[in-house]
Write a protein of this length. Sequence first.
Length: 211
Amino acid sequence: MMYDAEYFLRFVKIFAKYLEENREYLTQLDAAIGDGDHGINMDRGAKAALERLGTTNAGTPGAIMRTVGMALLSSVGGAAGPLYGTVFMRMSMAFRNKEKIDDKELVAGLEQALLGIKGLGKAEVGDKTMVDVWEPVVEFMKENIENGRTLPEICEDVIALAEESMKATIPLQARKGRASYLGERSIGHQDPGATSSYYFFRSLCEAIGGR
Ligand SMILES: Nc1ncnc2c1ncn2[C@@H]1O[C@H](COP(=O)(O)OP(=O)(O)OP(=O)(O)O)[C@@H](O)[C@H]1O
Ligand SMILES: [Mg+2]
């Protein structure tokens, strides 16, 4: 399948809708082990992104990702702003000015985004961060696409794996970010960034259906 500008606009809109609907939930998760701003941060960033997309002429997948990345970098502070900003900027760089992206190129963009997250935040799997969702999901996608399956075929599994990986952060002790200051008291809570990352992959998949 090929992913055009329309697809990426749908993806951003669906992601923004999840962040708006789950603003309080994400904020509660962050209140338990952080400073209670993740939902507010992400919703503000997504709204800024939609506003910019409405006023600029971003006509390619790369230009759309770049517009979103810039909006996140300039409107969201803390850890999540630069981390998610990097995600979209890296995807934009990977897509360059292609009109359409195929499954392999989409996964290559996501791989670059994961490298960006890890380069910036220095977190590894098991540290109770968004990396705990990103790494297994991107690896799963890469492996399956390389073996000739298509994203639409594996999307149900992608969503299930993202959800499972998000829930698997509950028993972990945080080793990065503000939650790490809590030490053992961070155990027993789901990581907010892993949760917003689950919405990210869910949105990527749901945008295929043209919802
Ligand atoms: N070094 C890191 N690497 C990857 N992800 C991180 C890192 N630090 C924090 N995160 C993610 O960011 C989320 C918190 O985002 P939030 O929007 O609340 O920003 P923040 O309040 O500045 O973050 P924090 O309180 O963790 O410094 C965490 O749940 C985690 O998933
Ligand atoms: Mg926070």
